[in-house]
Design a protein around this ligand. Structure first.
Ligand code: HEC
Length: 113
């Protein structure tokens, strides 16, 4: 009985000794809320729209395509509603990082930068 308790204690120590939180796994390194420089229109938003929206929005609902069209749906709230709140545009969804960067860009005034 005692040997079992001892083995149990050793096992617990081994298991707890091996457990540690990796900051980069809990908070992926690309999740960086202060990284506004990486969320400019030209380097991030425009390429993302081209890759993930324009295959449909050229034809079905041509509300995107250049900065002025995008700014219209940003200003009337539709962009925020569908992309950030409802998350149904694009229908396939965006990654958390993409969403965070878009939020940063919106929060900084949705500039044509
Ligand atoms: C698979 C095709 C497809 C993709 C990809 C897609 N959309 Fe859409 N989107 C649609 C269709 C169809 C509608 C119109 C029907 C509706 O409102 O759901 C629409 C509607 C919208 C609306 C509402 C327009 C309005 O006037 O109410 C917004 C805003 C929008 N999309 C933004 C985006 C953005 C931003 C992306 C890329 C991040 C995107 N969509 C990607 C097909 C798509």
């Amino acid at each position: 009985m005692k040997i079992h308790t001892a083995l149990g204690v050793i096992f617990c120590l081994l298991v707890s000794a091996c457990y540690y939180d990796k900051a980069e796994e809990l908070y992926p390194s690309n999740y960086n809320q202060t990284d506004t420089s990486a969320a400019s229109y030209s380097t991030f938003v425009a390429p993302l729209i081209n890759n993930k929206c324009m295959n449909c929005h050229n034809v079905t609902a041509p509300i995107l395509g250049d900065y002025s069209k995008l700014k219209l749906i940003v200003d009337n709230g539709k962009f925020n509603d569908r992309v950030i709140v409802q998350k149904n545009m694009p229908p396939s969804g965006l990654t958390n990082t993409e969403l965070e960067k878009i939020k940063l860009w919106l929060a900084a005034g949705a500039l044509n930068n």
